[in-house]
Design a protein around this ligand. Structure first.
Ligand SMILES: Cc1ncc(COP(=O)(O)O)c(C=O)c1O
Length: 450
Protein backbone atom coordinates (compact mmCIF):
# COMPACT_ATOMS: atom_id res chain seq x y z
CA UNK A 1 0.00 0.00 0.00
CA UNK A 2 2.67 2.47 -1.01
CA UNK A 3 1.48 5.86 -1.93
CA UNK A 4 3.05 7.34 -5.03
CA UNK A 5 3.61 10.44 -2.95
CA UNK A 6 6.03 8.36 -0.87
CA UNK A 7 8.15 6.56 -3.45
CA UNK A 8 10.79 5.84 -0.84
CA UNK A 9 10.98 3.18 1.84
CA UNK A 10 7.96 3.36 4.21
CA UNK A 11 10.04 4.59 7.13
CA UNK A 12 11.70 7.97 6.74
CA UNK A 13 12.87 11.23 8.26
CA UNK A 14 11.22 14.46 7.20
CA UNK A 15 13.33 17.60 7.49
CA UNK A 16 11.61 20.95 7.29
CA UNK A 17 14.17 23.32 5.80
CA UNK A 18 11.93 26.30 6.51
CA UNK A 19 12.23 25.45 10.22
CA UNK A 20 16.02 25.51 9.84
CA UNK A 21 15.80 28.96 8.24
CA UNK A 22 13.39 30.14 10.94
CA UNK A 23 15.79 29.02 13.68
CA UNK A 24 18.69 30.86 12.06
CA UNK A 25 16.59 34.03 11.91
CA UNK A 26 15.61 33.66 15.59
CA UNK A 27 19.23 33.14 16.61
CA UNK A 28 20.38 36.07 14.46
CA UNK A 29 17.90 38.36 16.21
CA UNK A 30 19.16 37.06 19.56
CA UNK A 31 22.92 37.42 18.97
CA UNK A 32 22.75 40.57 16.84
CA UNK A 33 24.16 41.39 13.44
CA UNK A 34 27.75 41.93 14.64
CA UNK A 35 28.31 38.38 15.86
CA UNK A 36 29.30 35.77 13.29
CA UNK A 37 27.41 32.49 13.31
CA UNK A 38 29.11 29.26 12.22
CA UNK A 39 26.56 26.46 12.03
CA UNK A 40 27.75 23.04 13.25
CA UNK A 41 26.86 20.41 10.65
CA UNK A 42 29.11 17.59 11.80
CA UNK A 43 27.74 14.04 12.12
CA UNK A 44 25.56 14.31 9.00
CA UNK A 45 24.15 17.59 10.26
CA UNK A 46 23.16 15.91 13.55
CA UNK A 47 21.39 13.29 11.42
CA UNK A 48 19.45 15.85 9.37
CA UNK A 49 21.85 15.83 6.40
CA UNK A 50 24.76 18.24 6.32
CA UNK A 51 24.66 19.78 2.86
CA UNK A 52 20.92 20.37 2.75
CA UNK A 53 20.63 21.92 6.20
CA UNK A 54 23.82 23.91 5.61
CA UNK A 55 22.44 25.36 2.38
CA UNK A 56 19.17 26.32 4.10
CA UNK A 57 21.02 27.92 7.01
CA UNK A 58 23.43 29.79 4.74
CA UNK A 59 20.44 31.11 2.83
CA UNK A 60 19.03 32.37 6.12
CA UNK A 61 22.22 34.14 7.13
CA UNK A 62 24.79 31.97 8.88
CA UNK A 63 28.33 33.04 8.04
CA UNK A 64 30.05 29.69 7.89
CA UNK A 65 30.00 26.04 8.89
CA UNK A 66 31.81 23.85 11.41
CA UNK A 67 32.62 20.19 10.88
CA UNK A 68 35.05 17.87 12.59
CA UNK A 69 36.42 15.52 9.95
CA UNK A 70 38.18 16.19 6.69
CA UNK A 71 35.65 13.91 4.96
CA UNK A 72 32.80 16.07 6.25
CA UNK A 73 34.50 19.16 4.88
CA UNK A 74 35.13 17.47 1.54
CA UNK A 75 31.50 16.37 1.26
CA UNK A 76 30.35 19.97 1.73
CA UNK A 77 32.77 21.22 -0.92
CA UNK A 78 31.62 18.45 -3.28
CA UNK A 79 28.04 19.54 -2.67
CA UNK A 80 29.08 22.91 -4.06
CA UNK A 81 29.31 24.90 -0.84
CA UNK A 82 32.05 27.50 -1.15
CA UNK A 83 31.39 29.22 2.19
CA UNK A 84 33.93 29.41 5.03
CA UNK A 85 34.28 26.06 6.79
CA UNK A 86 36.03 25.59 10.10
CA UNK A 87 37.42 22.13 10.69
CA UNK A 88 37.05 21.95 14.45
CA UNK A 89 37.84 18.37 15.34
CA UNK A 90 40.88 16.33 16.23
CA UNK A 91 43.32 16.22 13.32
CA UNK A 92 46.63 14.56 12.54
CA UNK A 93 49.51 16.12 10.58
CA UNK A 94 49.09 13.69 7.68
CA UNK A 95 45.71 15.28 7.00
CA UNK A 96 47.31 18.65 6.27
CA UNK A 97 47.53 18.25 2.47
CA UNK A 98 43.83 17.68 2.09
CA UNK A 99 42.93 20.44 4.54
CA UNK A 100 44.99 22.90 2.55
CA UNK A 101 43.59 21.57 -0.73
CA UNK A 102 40.01 22.03 0.45
CA UNK A 103 40.62 25.63 1.42
CA UNK A 104 39.12 25.27 4.89
CA UNK A 105 40.07 26.84 8.19
CA UNK A 106 41.51 24.50 10.81
CA UNK A 107 41.59 24.33 14.57
CA UNK A 108 45.06 23.78 15.96
CA UNK A 109 46.09 22.84 19.47
CA UNK A 110 49.61 21.49 19.04
CA UNK A 111 52.80 22.38 17.28
CA UNK A 112 53.05 19.29 15.04
CA UNK A 113 49.77 20.05 13.36
CA UNK A 114 50.58 23.73 12.97
CA UNK A 115 53.92 22.90 11.38
CA UNK A 116 52.40 20.36 9.00
CA UNK A 117 49.82 22.91 7.87
CA UNK A 118 52.51 25.54 7.49
CA UNK A 119 54.72 23.24 5.35
CA UNK A 120 51.80 22.23 3.16
CA UNK A 121 50.54 25.78 2.77
CA UNK A 122 53.99 26.98 1.71
CA UNK A 123 54.31 24.15 -0.77
CA UNK A 124 50.96 25.06 -2.34
CA UNK A 125 51.53 28.77 -2.15
CA UNK A 126 48.51 29.25 0.08
CA UNK A 127 47.72 30.71 3.48
CA UNK A 128 45.71 28.61 5.91
CA UNK A 129 43.54 30.30 8.53
CA UNK A 130 43.95 28.62 11.88
CA UNK A 131 42.06 28.95 15.15
CA UNK A 132 43.93 28.11 18.34
CA UNK A 133 41.85 26.00 20.70
CA UNK A 134 42.22 26.67 24.39
CA UNK A 135 41.15 24.11 26.99
CA UNK A 136 39.34 26.02 29.73
CA UNK A 137 37.89 22.98 31.46
CA UNK A 138 36.59 20.50 28.90
CA UNK A 139 39.66 18.31 29.30
CA UNK A 140 39.61 17.30 25.69
CA UNK A 141 41.21 19.17 22.79
CA UNK A 142 43.05 22.39 23.37
CA UNK A 143 46.15 23.88 24.89
CA UNK A 144 45.76 24.69 28.62
CA UNK A 145 44.26 28.17 29.06
CA UNK A 146 46.98 29.38 31.43
CA UNK A 147 49.83 28.43 29.12
CA UNK A 148 48.41 29.07 25.68
CA UNK A 149 50.41 32.16 24.78
CA UNK A 150 53.70 30.39 24.07
CA UNK A 151 52.20 28.03 21.50
CA UNK A 152 50.06 30.81 20.09
CA UNK A 153 53.11 33.02 19.50
CA UNK A 154 55.01 30.20 17.80
CA UNK A 155 52.04 29.47 15.55
CA UNK A 156 51.70 33.15 14.73
CA UNK A 157 55.29 33.14 13.53
CA UNK A 158 54.86 30.15 11.20
CA UNK A 159 54.83 31.11 7.55
CA UNK A 160 51.84 30.02 5.52
CA UNK A 161 49.50 30.28 8.51
CA UNK A 162 47.26 33.10 9.63
CA UNK A 163 46.43 32.85 13.34
CA UNK A 164 42.92 34.10 12.83
CA UNK A 165 40.93 32.79 15.76
CA UNK A 166 40.96 31.91 19.46
CA UNK A 167 38.34 29.48 20.68
CA UNK A 168 37.24 27.27 23.54
CA UNK A 169 34.39 24.85 24.14
CA UNK A 170 32.00 24.59 27.08
CA UNK A 171 31.44 21.38 29.02
CA UNK A 172 28.05 22.12 30.61
CA UNK A 173 26.45 25.25 29.23
CA UNK A 174 23.01 23.60 29.19
CA UNK A 175 23.19 22.71 32.90
CA UNK A 176 20.96 24.53 35.38
CA UNK A 177 24.03 25.67 37.28
CA UNK A 178 26.00 27.99 34.99
CA UNK A 179 28.89 28.43 37.40
CA UNK A 180 31.33 26.17 35.56
CA UNK A 181 30.53 27.86 32.25
CA UNK A 182 31.20 31.23 33.87
CA UNK A 183 34.52 29.90 35.19
CA UNK A 184 35.44 28.65 31.70
CA UNK A 185 34.55 32.08 30.31
CA UNK A 186 36.79 33.84 32.86
CA UNK A 187 39.67 31.54 31.95
CA UNK A 188 39.09 32.21 28.26
CA UNK A 189 39.14 35.95 28.87
CA UNK A 190 42.34 35.53 30.84
CA UNK A 191 43.95 33.79 27.83
CA UNK A 192 42.61 36.49 25.51
CA UNK A 193 44.07 39.22 27.75
CA UNK A 194 47.42 37.45 27.87
CA UNK A 195 47.55 37.42 24.07
CA UNK A 196 46.54 41.05 24.07
CA UNK A 197 49.48 41.91 26.30
CA UNK A 198 51.75 40.26 23.72
CA UNK A 199 50.18 42.26 20.94
CA UNK A 200 48.28 39.33 19.43
CA UNK A 201 44.73 40.17 18.30
CA UNK A 202 42.25 37.72 16.84
CA UNK A 203 39.71 38.35 14.14
CA UNK A 204 37.49 35.52 15.45
CA UNK A 205 36.93 34.88 19.16
CA UNK A 206 34.41 32.17 19.93
CA UNK A 207 33.20 29.86 22.65
CA UNK A 208 29.42 29.55 22.70
CA UNK A 209 27.44 26.45 21.76
CA UNK A 210 23.64 26.35 21.97
CA UNK A 211 23.28 26.40 25.78
CA UNK A 212 25.62 29.38 26.10
CA UNK A 213 24.13 31.19 23.11
CA UNK A 214 20.65 30.99 24.65
CA UNK A 215 21.56 31.68 28.28
CA UNK A 216 24.84 33.57 28.51
CA UNK A 217 25.22 36.58 26.18
CA UNK A 218 28.60 37.36 27.75
CA UNK A 219 29.96 34.23 26.03
CA UNK A 220 29.11 35.35 22.50
CA UNK A 221 32.34 37.32 21.87
CA UNK A 222 32.30 37.99 18.11
CA UNK A 223 31.30 34.54 16.91
CA UNK A 224 29.02 31.70 18.07
CA UNK A 225 28.85 28.05 17.01
CA UNK A 226 25.25 26.84 17.22
CA UNK A 227 24.43 23.26 16.36
CA UNK A 228 21.35 21.92 18.13
CA UNK A 229 19.46 25.22 18.16
CA UNK A 230 19.53 25.48 14.37
CA UNK A 231 17.90 22.05 14.18
CA UNK A 232 15.21 23.49 16.45
CA UNK A 233 15.99 21.69 19.69
CA UNK A 234 16.67 23.17 23.12
CA UNK A 235 19.53 21.25 24.71
CA UNK A 236 17.92 20.71 28.12
CA UNK A 237 14.97 21.79 30.24
CA UNK A 238 17.25 24.28 32.00
CA UNK A 239 17.89 26.74 29.18
CA UNK A 240 15.63 29.72 28.64
CA UNK A 241 13.19 29.44 25.76
CA UNK A 242 12.92 33.12 24.85
CA UNK A 243 14.40 32.36 21.45
CA UNK A 244 11.62 30.52 19.64
CA UNK A 245 12.92 27.41 17.88
CA UNK A 246 11.02 25.03 15.62
CA UNK A 247 12.13 21.38 15.46
CA UNK A 248 13.10 20.57 11.89
CA UNK A 249 12.94 16.79 12.09
CA UNK A 250 10.09 14.27 12.16
CA UNK A 251 10.33 10.49 11.99
CA UNK A 252 7.51 8.66 10.25
CA UNK A 253 6.68 5.11 9.24
CA UNK A 254 3.77 3.28 7.71
CA UNK A 255 2.06 0.13 8.94
CA UNK A 256 3.31 -2.76 6.77
CA UNK A 257 1.65 -5.64 8.59
CA UNK A 258 -1.49 -5.78 10.66
CA UNK A 259 -2.93 -8.82 12.33
CA UNK A 260 -4.99 -9.95 15.28
CA UNK A 261 -3.13 -11.99 17.85
CA UNK A 262 -5.03 -14.06 20.40
CA UNK A 263 -4.91 -13.39 24.13
CA UNK A 264 -1.67 -14.80 25.60
CA UNK A 265 0.30 -14.55 22.34
CA UNK A 266 3.69 -12.93 22.75
CA UNK A 267 5.33 -10.31 20.56
CA UNK A 268 8.92 -10.02 19.23
CA UNK A 269 12.30 -11.27 20.43
CA UNK A 270 12.56 -12.19 24.05
CA UNK A 271 8.74 -12.45 24.32
CA UNK A 272 8.67 -9.34 26.47
CA UNK A 273 5.05 -8.50 25.66
CA UNK A 274 2.03 -10.78 26.08
CA UNK A 275 -1.35 -9.85 24.62
CA UNK A 276 -3.75 -9.27 27.50
CA UNK A 277 -6.69 -9.93 25.18
CA UNK A 278 -7.20 -10.55 21.48
CA UNK A 279 -5.21 -7.63 20.10
CA UNK A 280 -4.46 -5.95 16.77
CA UNK A 281 -0.71 -5.64 16.34
CA UNK A 282 0.74 -3.43 13.63
CA UNK A 283 4.32 -3.65 12.38
CA UNK A 284 6.36 -0.58 11.42
CA UNK A 285 9.35 -1.29 9.16
CA UNK A 286 11.89 0.48 11.34
CA UNK A 287 14.21 -0.76 14.02
CA UNK A 288 17.34 -0.16 15.99
CA UNK A 289 19.53 -0.30 12.90
CA UNK A 290 17.70 2.83 11.77
CA UNK A 291 18.35 4.51 15.12
CA UNK A 292 14.94 3.79 16.67
CA UNK A 293 16.39 2.55 19.93
CA UNK A 294 15.93 -0.85 21.53
CA UNK A 295 15.12 0.83 24.84
CA UNK A 296 11.83 2.00 23.33
CA UNK A 297 10.51 -1.56 23.37
CA UNK A 298 7.42 -1.73 25.63
CA UNK A 299 8.04 1.93 26.52
CA UNK A 300 7.76 4.14 23.47
CA UNK A 301 4.67 5.46 21.74
CA UNK A 302 3.77 6.63 18.26
CA UNK A 303 1.16 9.15 17.16
CA UNK A 304 -1.85 8.69 14.92
CA UNK A 305 -2.57 11.54 12.52
CA UNK A 306 -6.16 11.57 13.79
CA UNK A 307 -4.94 12.11 17.36
CA UNK A 308 -4.08 9.70 20.11
CA UNK A 309 -1.03 7.56 20.66
CA UNK A 310 -0.32 3.86 20.19
CA UNK A 311 2.03 2.00 22.55
CA UNK A 312 5.12 0.24 21.26
CA UNK A 313 4.79 -3.39 22.35
CA UNK A 314 7.51 -6.01 22.62
CA UNK A 315 11.15 -5.53 21.81
CA UNK A 316 12.28 -3.19 19.03
CA UNK A 317 14.06 -5.41 16.50
CA UNK A 318 16.73 -4.47 13.98
CA UNK A 319 14.16 -3.65 11.29
CA UNK A 320 10.73 -3.84 12.94
CA UNK A 321 8.77 -2.14 15.69
CA UNK A 322 5.35 -3.34 16.84
CA UNK A 323 2.48 -1.18 18.05
CA UNK A 324 -0.87 -2.12 19.60
CA UNK A 325 -3.74 -0.81 17.56
CA UNK A 326 -7.07 -0.31 19.29
CA UNK A 327 -9.11 0.51 16.21
CA UNK A 328 -8.01 -1.14 12.92
CA UNK A 329 -10.65 0.89 11.10
CA UNK A 330 -8.71 4.04 12.04
CA UNK A 331 -5.20 2.62 11.61
CA UNK A 332 -5.10 0.24 8.68
CA UNK A 333 -2.38 -1.25 6.54
CA UNK A 334 -0.33 1.56 5.00
CA UNK A 335 -1.31 4.11 7.63
CA UNK A 336 1.35 6.73 8.28
CA UNK A 337 2.30 7.11 11.95
CA UNK A 338 4.57 9.62 13.63
CA UNK A 339 7.39 8.29 15.80
CA UNK A 340 8.97 11.68 16.40
CA UNK A 341 7.16 14.92 15.70
CA UNK A 342 3.72 16.42 16.00
CA UNK A 343 0.19 15.46 15.02
CA UNK A 344 -2.67 17.72 16.03
CA UNK A 345 -1.97 18.77 19.57
CA UNK A 346 0.33 15.91 20.56
CA UNK A 347 4.09 15.90 20.16
CA UNK A 348 6.75 13.30 20.70
CA UNK A 349 9.90 15.35 20.99
CA UNK A 350 13.44 14.12 20.88
CA UNK A 351 13.81 14.57 24.63
CA UNK A 352 10.97 12.11 25.26
CA UNK A 353 12.80 9.50 23.20
CA UNK A 354 16.18 10.37 24.70
CA UNK A 355 14.81 10.01 28.25
CA UNK A 356 13.35 6.59 27.48
CA UNK A 357 16.63 5.55 25.89
CA UNK A 358 18.58 6.96 28.83
CA UNK A 359 20.63 9.27 26.67
CA UNK A 360 20.68 12.82 25.29
CA UNK A 361 18.89 14.42 22.35
CA UNK A 362 22.16 14.75 20.40
CA UNK A 363 22.69 10.99 20.53
CA UNK A 364 19.18 10.25 19.25
CA UNK A 365 19.39 12.76 16.38
CA UNK A 366 22.78 11.79 15.05
CA UNK A 367 21.95 8.13 15.65
CA UNK A 368 19.43 7.95 12.80
CA UNK A 369 21.23 5.82 10.25
CA UNK A 370 21.69 6.56 6.55
CA UNK A 371 19.27 3.70 5.84
CA UNK A 372 16.41 6.07 6.65
CA UNK A 373 15.64 8.24 3.63
CA UNK A 374 15.85 11.96 4.35
CA UNK A 375 12.85 13.73 2.83
CA UNK A 376 13.40 17.49 2.64
CA UNK A 377 10.45 19.85 2.72
CA UNK A 378 10.34 23.45 1.54
CA UNK A 379 7.15 25.44 1.88
CA UNK A 380 5.47 22.25 3.05
CA UNK A 381 6.29 20.33 -0.13
CA UNK A 382 8.77 17.60 -0.83
CA UNK A 383 11.82 19.21 -2.38
CA UNK A 384 14.44 16.48 -2.30
CA UNK A 385 14.81 12.90 -1.13
CA UNK A 386 18.20 11.51 -0.16
CA UNK A 387 18.44 7.78 0.41
CA UNK A 388 21.20 5.18 0.31
CA UNK A 389 20.28 4.66 -3.34
CA UNK A 390 20.65 8.23 -4.49
CA UNK A 391 19.10 11.66 -4.52
CA UNK A 392 15.87 12.75 -6.15
CA UNK A 393 15.09 16.44 -6.52
CA UNK A 394 11.66 17.82 -7.30
CA UNK A 395 11.39 20.87 -9.42
CA UNK A 396 8.06 22.64 -9.22
CA UNK A 397 9.06 25.32 -11.65
CA UNK A 398 9.01 22.84 -14.51
CA UNK A 399 5.33 22.13 -14.09
CA UNK A 400 5.62 18.47 -13.39
CA UNK A 401 8.29 17.17 -15.69
CA UNK A 402 11.75 17.24 -14.27
CA UNK A 403 13.25 15.50 -11.35
CA UNK A 404 16.99 15.06 -11.19
CA UNK A 405 18.43 11.92 -9.81
CA UNK A 406 22.03 12.04 -8.82
CA UNK A 407 24.95 11.53 -6.50
CA UNK A 408 23.86 8.11 -5.40
CA UNK A 409 26.08 6.09 -3.22
CA UNK A 410 25.51 3.20 -5.55
CA UNK A 411 23.11 0.64 -4.15
CA UNK A 412 23.34 -1.26 -7.43
CA UNK A 413 27.05 -1.95 -7.20
CA UNK A 414 29.21 -0.76 -10.05
CA UNK A 415 26.46 0.21 -12.43
CA UNK A 416 25.74 3.69 -11.11
CA UNK A 417 23.32 5.03 -8.60
CA UNK A 418 19.66 4.22 -8.63
CA UNK A 419 17.01 6.45 -7.10
CA UNK A 420 14.33 5.29 -4.66
CA UNK A 421 12.09 4.15 -7.48
CA UNK A 422 14.81 2.54 -9.52
CA UNK A 423 15.63 5.53 -11.69
CA UNK A 424 19.22 5.57 -12.82
CA UNK A 425 21.59 8.37 -12.14
CA UNK A 426 21.20 11.04 -14.76
CA UNK A 427 17.83 9.92 -16.09
CA UNK A 428 14.90 12.23 -15.87
CA UNK A 429 11.98 10.95 -13.90
CA UNK A 430 8.85 11.24 -15.96
CA UNK A 431 6.04 9.82 -13.92
CA UNK A 432 4.03 10.43 -10.76
CA UNK A 433 5.53 12.45 -7.99
CA UNK A 434 9.06 11.67 -9.11
CA UNK A 435 8.17 13.73 -12.12
CA UNK A 436 7.30 16.61 -9.85
CA UNK A 437 3.58 15.97 -9.90
CA UNK A 438 2.13 16.03 -6.46
CA UNK A 439 -1.21 14.54 -5.52
CA UNK A 440 -3.89 16.81 -4.21
CA UNK A 441 -4.69 16.20 -0.53
CA UNK A 442 -7.95 14.58 -1.59
CA UNK A 443 -6.31 12.13 -3.96
CA UNK A 444 -3.75 11.22 -1.40
CA UNK A 445 -6.27 10.73 1.39
CA UNK A 446 -8.48 8.50 -0.61
CA UNK A 447 -5.60 6.23 -1.60
CA UNK A 448 -4.38 6.00 1.95
CA UNK A 449 -7.79 4.93 3.16
CA UNK A 450 -8.15 2.44 0.32
C1 LIG B 1 33.45 22.55 19.05
C2 LIG B 1 31.96 22.59 19.02
N1 LIG B 1 31.34 23.77 18.92
C3 LIG B 1 29.99 23.87 18.90
C4 LIG B 1 29.20 22.74 18.99
C5 LIG B 1 27.71 22.90 18.93
O1 LIG B 1 27.09 22.51 20.12
P1 LIG B 1 25.50 22.63 20.25
O2 LIG B 1 24.92 21.60 19.36
O3 LIG B 1 25.23 22.38 21.68
O4 LIG B 1 25.13 24.00 19.82
C6 LIG B 1 29.81 21.48 19.12
C7 LIG B 1 28.99 20.29 19.28
O5 LIG B 1 29.22 19.42 20.05
C8 LIG B 1 31.23 21.41 19.12
O6 LIG B 1 31.86 20.24 19.24
Amino acid sequence: VRDRANPWRPAWLEIDLDAVAHNVTSLRTHVGSEVRMYFVVKAMGYGHGAAETAAAALGAGVDGLCVVTVEEARALREAGLTCPILLAGGLLPEEAPEIVGLGVKAVVYNEDMAQALSREALQCGRVVDVHLKVDTGMGRFGVPWDSSVGLGMRIRDLRGLKLEGLMTHFAMSDHHDKEFTRLQTRRFRHALDAFDEHGVRFEFVHAANTGAILDLPETHFNMVRPGLAVYGVYPSPYVTRDVVLKPALSLKARVVSLKRLPKGHTVSYGRRYTCGDDEWIGVLPIGYHDGYRRQLGNRGRVLQPSGGALPVVGGVAMDATMVRIEDPAAVGLGQELVLLGTTGTDTIDVHEIADLADTVSYDILCGFSPRLPRVYLREGKVWKVVSTCGTVSFDDSDDGVAADVGQGRGCDGAGGAVGPSGIRNGERATHGVLAGRRDTPGERDSRERA
